[in-house]
Ligand binder design. Sequence first.
Ligand code: ATP
Length: 387
Amino acid sequence: MASITLKNLVKKYGDGFPAVNDVSIDIADGEFLILVGPSGCGKSTLLRMIVGLEDITSGDLLIDGQRVNEKEPRERNLSMVFQNYALYPHLTVYENIAFPLRLSKGKFSQEEIDRKVRHAASTLDLDEHLERKPANLSGGQRQRVAMGRAIVRDADAFLFDEPLSNLDAKLRGQMRTEIAQLQRRMGITSIYVTHDQTEAMTLGDRVAVLKKGVLQQIASPRELYEQPVNLFVAGFIGSPSMNFIPAHVRGGVFVTPLGEIAVPEQAAGRLPADDSIVLLGVRPEHFEDAKFVDEAIAARGTTFDARFTHTEWLGNQQYGYIRYQPDEAVQSKLNELARDLDADEMTPQLVVSLDASSRIRGGTEGRIWRDTRRMHVFDPETGENLT
Ligand code: ATP
């Protein structure tokens, strides 16, 4: 096992925009770190730099305190699990798992290889499939063989590049649990790249969020969710996404298209001048049909009336959609925000979570409660979270 340190890592392809831009992260021995971000943010490039498949333009990569920038991939002793599994179709499961051991010629006796392969296979519940070829395995089993090939070597760390993206949703959930358990059991340092935020939130000890090659925030899943440092992280983590409601700051209150809201204490000293626009961030679950909110809890927030365009009933809860009318200044802020978040457009719409038995429906008005204590306030110019 090993610690991995990234110090000001930069990757430039040709003379273009840096795909990885000054990224520094300390990954502790035994830690499970997730790299997450939208397509093209540089997460695979970063992983490939660590494993040695891409040159490092500048910065230092340390494994257990030793600089390894110039070392060949096989000298770094890291195991990588790829998205497409990279199995050999003509080899059996047994031979696929044994492959990395046979590569290090003469290092392992036949008995040792056999013992290691069988141990890896039993760890991954593949004992009964050792004589099969990859074509005769399910997607989940193939994924396990790829994992087997990674764990059969005594590697210092595992690197995963979107290993579950070819599986259907149910299997993905199952494999996610297996990978998390395996990593904890083996206690091996792991770095896992994904664009799937459920994987990001459930697998790792810490999550690093990247945007256009730049590290935005690195924190525990809970901290990322509850205290995102900027608009990008706030919008990327959470599904449905956080709502961003444009508001004018006026004499200690936020004037929004959905009524006035008192400025929360923690943001009071940091607001821009009166009449500027800020973005209020509220997660869908911090709204509720006012009829379903206990009196004691109701005091933590305020209510407003709104007309719903439609609702979605999911069995255990509902989502309600509310449209609002932005003025010109607000609409132009929403357009800027869309560009910043890489979204096609920002609809002037609010998504609110409603109790499964709420009677609010599309085309009707409802009284909605909002938890103003959980509200974030963002500066639309810098994206910074002011709360
Ligand atoms: P995805 O989730 O789509 O795989 P990613 O976050 O892993 O995306 P990378 O594959 O690391 O992103 O790519 C980061 C940036 O570097 C992108 O803009 C990509 O076009 C660019 N890039 C990646 N590989 C090369 C290459 N070999 N030559 C030039 N540009 C590249």
